[in-house]
Design a protein around this ligand. Structure first.
Ligand code: HEM
Length: 428
């Protein structure tokens, strides 16, 4: 728990009794129980974000989807009305000790945009990042998985291999870097930057953020000189029917988002999912006996132990009533995906892991990838990587075991992120 112990935000914990702060140790250690209890208090519950911002937690499945669909809740932090005119973006830059110039990059992210800018950017990116591209990628994902898995025994120490270090991370980072066009030699650096960026440590952010931005600007310069068939070249080429293109800053932020969102999260889906299967031998047996269950199993693992447990904050652009609660203009809402995905109003026996669970009616019957216009752009890639990872892992090592007691597995104490620090396995 070192990162938590050193976090500058610790001082906010417990400042407002009755308004749980997302940094509280109990919520970090067991968000399923902690946020589950809040869900039973009501669908819209008062709480506090990392930096003590007051937020409305949205705790239930239907209400979380409703809030994520409702365009009166904006992603752009300029709508945050905290009364002192200071936006969260400015606070973040100040916290990182970065000049205002970097504001453009934060503002240029698809995740902090609203319609119509978001619509335009998403349309352009979707032209480059097509379903066809992802389907075509499958044999290559399988090949990367096979190579990594064949090498796993070389990394054994005292009979155990850390799956995160040697499979769960390298697979998605290799895939997304190949897709985007980041050279192999630079990938370890990206992994370091990725970990620095998701930490809540200002010094790490201050170091990683400018370095990544400079790197991508340079990569764009190189690609412009010689376009290839990678995604970056595609992002340089794409334009709307009216000729509008991505600006350099939009492109930098998009590459940054794709690479970071595209590996950290997927790595932890693979790790969480493997740990879940190994601690539920009946489900593991079912999956091994019928690999056709893989798509459904990935769906269920995303619901049961997805790595992203809350979305970004949204801000009410006007007064909104949600489930009978009045959310005033400028106030923040925080959809709790973890609570929604275990809502007994929506799932029978939600705590039970069931790889045969039938998505009820809807194509996507969980909110682990979000919902609405910011629904995860990489969901089909992540699902595909999950299917390949679990399928190949069990095919290569059918007698896989956990090399430690399940209750000794450690989680990274970051709000909204359900991530193991290591997953030591016996390959047998
Ligand atoms: C958005 C989760 C994999 C790219 C999101 C959101 C969630 C999410 C919850 C919505 C955030 C919000 O509404 O505030 C996940 C999980 C993944 C995963 C759990 C893996 C298991 C990926 C991959 C990529 C990716 C592989 C890219 C290759 C994005 C992008 C957005 C996004 C670009 C922003 C979309 C927008 O704002 O329109 N993701 N993601 N994600 N994700 Fe993912």
């Amino acid at each position: 728990m070192t990162e938590l112990a050193e976090s500058p935000f610790n001082q906010n914990i417990g400042k407002h009794p009755g308004e749980p702060n997302v940094m509280e140790p109990a919520l970090l250690a067991d968000p399923f129980t902690g946020y589950g209890e809040l869900r039973e208090q009501g669908p819209v519950v008062r709480g506090r974000f990392v930096d003590d911002t007051p937020v409305w937690f949205i705790t239930r499945f239907e209400e979380a989807r409703e809030a994520l669909r409702d365009q009166r809740f904006a992603n752009d932090p300029k709508f945050a009305g905290n009364g002192n005119g200071e936006s969260p973006t400015s606070r973040m830059l100040e916290m990182m000790g970065l000049p205002e110039h970097y504001r453009e990059y934060l503002a240029g992210s698809i995740l902090t945009m609203d319609a119509p800018d978001h619509t335009r950017l998403r349309r352009l990116v979707s032209r480059a990042f097509t379903a066809r591209k992802i389907t075509d990628l499958r044999p290559r994902v399988e090949e990367i998985a096979d190579t990594l898995l064949r090498r796993l025994p070389d990394h054994a120490e005292n009979g155990a291999v850390d799956l995160i270090q040697h499979f769960a991370y390298p697979l998605p980072i290799t895939v997304i870097c190949e897709l985007v066009g980041i050279p192999e030699a630079d990938r370890p650096q990206w992994r370091t930057w990725g970990s620095q960026l998701i930490s809540v440590q200002p010094e790490s952010l201050r170091e990683a953020f400018p370095a990544m931005i400079e790197y991508i600007h340079e990569l764009i310069r190189e690609r412009r000189a010689a376009l290839t068939d990678d995604l970056l070249s595609e992002l340089i080429r794409v334009h709307d029917d009216d000729g509008s293109r991505l600006s350099d800053i939009e492109m930098v932020t998009m590459v940054l988002t794709l690479v970071l969102a595209g590996h950290e999260t997927t790595a932890h889906l693979i790790a969480n999912g493997t740990a879940a299967l190994l601690t539920h031998p009946d489900q593991l047996r079912l999956l091994k006996s019928d690999p056709e269950l893989l798509p459904r199993a990935v769906h269920e693992l995303m619901r049961w132990c997805g790595p992203v447990q809350m979305t970004r904050l949204r801000y009410a652009v006007e007064d909104v009533e949600l489930a009978g609660v009045r959310i005033a203009q400028g106030e923040a809402v925080l959809p709790l995906l973890v609570a929604a995905n275990h809502d007994p109003r929506h799932y029978a026996d939600p705590a039970r892991l069931d790889v045969t669970r039938q998505p009820a009616g809807r194509a996507e019957n969980h909110v682990g990838f979000g919902h609405g216009m910011h629904y995860c752009l990489g969901a089909s890639l992540a699902r595909q990587e999950g299917e390949v990872a679990f399928g190949k892992l069990l095919a290569h090592y059918p007698d896989l075991t956990l090399a430690v007691e399940p209750d000794t597995l450690q989680r990274i104490p970051l709000p909204g992120n359900w991530r193991l620090t290591a997953l030591p396995l016996g390959l047998n």
